[in-house]
Design a protein around this ligand. Structure first.
Ligand SMILES: [Fe+2]
Length: 359
């Protein structure tokens, strides 16, 4: 069986049962309200207007109630739908009364399916009623955008995030403050062979300090310090060590390769000069930010989005900040990212954060 962009799977009885799951009823492409989106927004990385043409990326599932109980096959069906859509599932029509506990319980089902656990944020304090949850509050006109540059959530962890599950608790009008996603797998597939040969065996360090360390003006820590809506944790051991990750990682479910680096968390490529480092990473970032690899998720009330950090890079679109925005995220711990040969380094190759350098 050939699925979207080369995701191959041999159909078994279980998989056929999963594919006919009632949870997939009414699946459809993501809405793209072009006319409602502010015009002329420029990407801070590329300096070009934000555009997205990858309309086959992502799927909306309008008939899943996340307050339900889910068994193993249910979660497998949702993960397969996610794989086939390149890593984005948008759950619309959630109950307005869905609680933070319902959200955590669903995320826990996703984690249990992989025998893993939830990953609370390492720097920001959790929600008062659900410590596993990160609540990102932006008051109206606060002029602060969190996650405004490209990244894969928690790529600085030795076992980096698999899925992020984000609920829009209070969202601006439709078309404003979208989330922009790039398929770093589509981006890899489209690279010329000579670039693939150059990149495939490189390794790079990822650091939480780049976004959350002190003394880097304009990073997420600086944004958090400008607002009293988000608090820091007392202990932040995640800032002590940086980890070595493959620049090109292989997805553990689909086997697809993807570009696994970001201007938010990657410090440098191992074993190259500062000049080459800048040249290669800038190429990678500019490449995956190209509109043909990107799509946008627009936020509607009562919407939850689950995305796969192994397949995607994402960022908040910093257009208008005149309306209050509250989003709540629960993140699932993944595994140590592996390269095309199945090799992994993040669990064994850690350096003191200061030694990773090259900010
Ligand atoms: Fe993020």
């Amino acid at each position: 069986m050939l699925l979207r962009h080369g995701v191959r799977r041999v159909a078994s009885a279980t998989q056929l049962a999963v594919q006919s799951s009632r949870l997939l009823d009414g699946r459809r492409p993501l809405i793209q309200p072009h006319d409602l989106r502010p015009k002329g927004v420029v990407d801070m990385l590329t300096g070009k207007p934000v555009q997205s043409f990858n309309d086959s990326l992502g799927v909306e599932l309008p008939h899943v109630d996340l307050t339900d109980d889910f068994d193993y096959d249910d979660i497998e069906a949702l993960k397969q739908a996610c794989d086939e859509a390149g890593g984005i599932v948008v759950f619309t029509n959630q109950k307005p009364e869905m609680t933070v506990h319902d959200h955590v319980r669903f995320a826990r089902s996703v984690a249990d399916h992989d025998n893993t656990c939830l990953e609370p944020h390492g720097v920001a304090a959790g929600h008062k009623d659900a410590p596993e949850m990160l609540e990102i509050v932006r008051e109206a006109n606060a002029g602060v955008v969190f996650g405004e540059n490209w990244h894969s959530d928690f790529s600085f962890h030795d076992e980096s995030a698999s899925y992020s599950i984000l609920r829009g608790a209070e969202v601006p009008r439709l078309g404003v403050n979208d989330t922009l996603f790039s398929s770093v797998e589509d981006a890899w597939d489209a690279l010329p062979q000579e670039k693939k040969d150059l990149l495939i065996d490189l390794r790079c360090f990822h650091s939480a300090n780049r976004a959350y360390g002190k003394g880097h003006g304009g990073n997420s820590r600086a944004a958090m310090e400008k607002t009293d809506t988000m608090a820091f944790k007392k202990d932040m051991p995640i800032l002590d060590f940086d980890v070595l990750q493959p620049l090109v990682s292989m997805h553990p479910r689909t086997g697809r390769l993807g570009l696994f680096a970001s201007p938010t968390f990657t410090t440098h490529i191992e074993g190259v000069s500062a000049e080459e480092n800048k040249e290669i990473l800038n190429f990678v970032y500019q490449w995956f930010a190209r509109p043909e690899f990107c799509t946008r998720v627009s936020w509607q009330p009562n919407q939850v989005v689950m995305w796969d950090n192994r397949s995607l890079s994402h960022k908040g679109v910093a257009d208008e900040c005149s309306e209050r925005r509250v989003v709540q995220r629960v993140t699932v711990r993944g595994s140590s990212p592996m390269n095309h040969r199945g090799e992994q380094w993040s669990l064994t190759h850690k350096v003191k954060a200061a030694e990773a350098g090259l900010f």
